[in-house]
Design a protein around this ligand. Structure first.
Ligand SMILES: Cc1ncc(COP(=O)(O)O)c(C=O)c1O
Length: 431
């Protein structure tokens, strides 16, 4: 089994957090997102403890809301002592509605509109992560008009390619995110920010990519950022208090993905940080990271009901499910791989090669290709693992498919945290 919180009971059913998945499906229906809160908490603690230990007492992880944003996630991460990264007024609104303190939010986004900026300033957001010159000037103006001096991090592009998927690679010079160091534009960006009357520069941010398993890109990122911080300090006298090095540690979607030693990776990055600060003669900054996927992905599974099999001799076997790209568009977007199980027949051999196809009128609507599972009958429960991140948050109503419900489990008990959408929900805004 890919993860410790998954197991098989005497009936041969998949269990999560000690609960039979067939009971969850019977009570809440399918498709169903199931999120194990205890796993989320364990992941938060791994980061919190390792970052404090290796980077210093004030360093901390922020939870990247974009991975899984719904009201119920915020009390969990807040009680783990975490701040959050939010990327839109919608995410801010959700976090505020959950009672999450605005001063613990870091507001990202590559094109914040005037309205977004006004909303963030009025809400009392702790830190804006300013992406570009346009935003800087607009934020200075709007903050000034509201009598606020807004604290910011400046988003920089460090010119690194972490060799991850094109669509989740953000660190190269040619990126729509941040201001590049290599072109010299970052120098001007910092100077202009320091001159803004209504902005206080607390530090720099950069994010090199996602689903990264080695520490090499983070280590090189630290070298570039500390060298840049030293350069800015010698040119302007401004000391960099915070370096936010983004999110991006990988998770195991299949057993071909390596086990990730987050604490070990953080210790390697911290080691380089210490050496760079000594070499470049700067005081060690506070380090923030913004993990999303590695906080919630392995905590989640999705349960579907199989529609049966369609066998095309000499070609392929299809297993159809009652969800697909509407609740998990990641195969359609990135051809992401997943581990699929027949949750109803965990004691039978997983020797039936098939492609798991969704219910939409779209030939790209697949969850996995050529996977081995126990041959399903119509009505069997199909489980897709590692769906806690970028599934619910990327879900759509394509083909007018209502979004699934979500249950959160903890200490062997399940509770509904997101209701299943109804047909009325689908037409709610239509006049
Ligand atoms: C700026 C920023 N921070 C954090 C994250 C979270 O990354 P991950 O979910 O891979 O940890 C992302 C992901 O796109 C991001 O763009």
């Amino acid at each position: 089994m890919l993860y410790d919180h998954l197991s098989i009971n005497t009936q041969g059913h998949l269990t999560i957090g000690g609960i039979d998945t067939s009971e969850l499906a019977a009570e809440y229906g399918t498709p169903l997102y199931v999120i194990d809160e205890d796993v989320i908490r364990k992941n938060c603690r791994t980061y919190t403890q390792a970052m404090r230990k290796y980077f210093g007492e004030d360093s901390a992880p922020l939870y990247a809301s974009k991975a899984l944003c719904f009201k119920g996630i915020y009390p969990v991460v807040e009680s783990e002592g975490m701040c959050v990264d939010v990327v839109s007024p919608g995410e801010i609104y959700t976090a505020l509605a959950a009672g999450f303190p605005p001063e613990k939010m870091f507001f990202h986004g590559t094109n914040k509109t005037d309205a977004d900026i006004g909303y963030g300033v009025e809400a009392g957001i702790g830190y804006f992560v300013v992406d570009n010159f346009n935003e800087l000037r607009t934020l200075d103006r709007i903050a000034g008009s509201k009598g606020v001096c807004q604290t910011v991090l400046l988003r920089l592009t460090v010119g690194l390619d972490p060799h991850t998927l094109e669509a989740i690679n953000t660190g190269r010079v040619d990126s729509q995110f941040g201001v590049p160091i290599d072109t010299g534009q970052a120098d001007d960006f910092v100077r202009e920010a320091l001159a803004c009357r209504n902005i206080r520069v607390a530090g720099f941010h950069s994010h090199v990519g996602s689903q990264i398993f080695e520490s090499d890109s983070f280590v090189r990122q630290i070298e570039i950022l500390t060298r840049f911080a030293a350069h800015i300090e010698s040119e302007t006298g401004h000391h960099t208090g915070i370096l936010n090095i983004g999110g991006g540690f990988g998770v195991r979607y299949t057993d071909r993905d390596p086990l990730q030693d987050i604490s070990g990776r953080i210790s390697e990055i911290a080691d380089r940080l210490d050496r760079c600060c000594a070499e470049f003669g700067i005081e060690k900054p506070v380090i923030y990271m913004e993990p999303g996927r590695s906080i919630v992905a392995d905590a989640g599974i999705t349960l579907y009901t199989a529609g049966g099999v369609k066998e095309i001799p000499g070609y392929r076997n299809y297993v159809t499910i009652d969800g697909g790209m509407t609740d998990n568009p990641r195969f359609a977007l990135y051809r992401s791989e997943y581990t699929v199980l027949n949750a109803s027949r965990m004691k039978e051999p997983a020797d039936y090669e098939c492609t798991v196809a969704g219910r939409c009128c779209e030939s790209g609507d697949r969850i996995a290709e050529n996977v081995l599972i126990a041959r399903p009958e119509r009505g069997d429960l199909i489980a897709v693992l590692t769906t806690g991140a970028y599934n619910y948050s990327m879900a759509s109503n394509y083909n007018r498919v209502p979004r699934p419900a979500m249950v959160m489990i903890s200490g062997g008990a399940a509770r509904l945290v997101v209701r299943r959408e109804s047909f009325e929900d689908l037409i709610r805004n239509e006049i």
